[in-house]
Design a protein around this ligand. Structure first.
Ligand SMILES: *Cc1c(COP(=O)(O)O)cnc(C)c1O
Length: 242
């Protein structure tokens, strides 16, 4: 199956999961995770409407975004196809971010999914202040308590959200998690439910205000379950490009 057919099939699956979970399809964003993608695959998906792209490493993010931007600029006015402007491509930083790398992603991404400490949030605040451009960000929670995973502890999430919410250049818009890998997507469900409960508690306390509305959860193996449990952003790599 070509990458465009895979994309269409995933979009159908997303619609089916949204219907099953009685969710509004328009509030669910598919982020194509380009880790293992070829440049040609990415271009094919941009041509049919995928404008949200994600990378988990800073260097790859820099290279990919520059490549795609250059390609879009070169295509302008050259082709019949209706291609987006480079500024319409929304890059997402989805992987662990070291503080000393923050400044490298600020000009590139629309959203950082992986705030997991106060110090990282402070670094983003400092960098965003320099350009006076607030950054949208999600708090990553280690819902399964796995030692090998990034994210703040479940018990620390509420207080951390409260602290980040005081920073005027960091727009806390929601939460993110990764469920432990499993063959059976149903095994991920309790972790997604847990993240949604933390999310609801934070909303109940009015932390983040109206902007606090995203749950970034669900990957190739478990995105349908994540949508049933309330995901507004799913991050899909191998099911698209693998
Ligand atoms: C790689 C990655 C994904 C995508 O994983 P797939 O299983 O390939 O869909 C999603 N989120 C994060 C944080 C990742 O690093």
């Amino acid at each position: 199956m070509g990458v465009q057919d895979k994309y269409k099939k995933i979009r159908d699956n997303i619609a089916a999961a949204a219907a099953k979970g009685r969710r509004d399809l328009s509030e669910i964003t598919l982020v194509g995770v380009t880790k293992s993608a070829t440049p040609d695959q990415i271009k094919q998906l941009i041509e049919i409407g995928l404008h949200d792209l994600g990378e988990s490493r800073v260097l790859q993010l820099q290279q990919r975004s520059a490549q795609i931007e250059e390609w879009l600029l070169r295509q302008q006015g050259r082709t019949e196809k209706k291609l987006p402007a480079p500024a319409d491509i929304r890059w997402h930083m989805i992987g662990h971010l070291q503080r000393n790398k923050v400044r490298h992603v600020m000009g590139i991404v629309r959203m950082i999914h992986s705030i997991d400490s106060l110090r990282l949030a402070e670094e983003i605040q400092d960098e965003a202040e320099k350009t006076a451009k607030p950054m949208e960000a999600l708090l990553e929670v280690n819902v399964a308590g796995e030692g090998t995973k990034f994210g703040c502890a479940v018990g620390a999430a509420l207080h951390l959200a409260e602290q980040i919410d005081t920073m005027d250049q960091v727009r806390l818009v929601g939460l993110m998690c990764m469920a432990p890998y499993s063959q059976n997507p149903e095994n991920a469900r309790p972790h997604f439910t847990r993240l949604r409960e933390i999310f609801e508690e934070i909303r109940f306390r009015k932390i983040g205000g109206e902007r606090f509305k995203h749950l970034s959860m669900g990957m190739s193996g478990d995105y349908q379950v994540a949508i049933e449990e309330g995901a507004t952003i799913v991050r899909i790599g191998t099911a698209l490009f693998g």
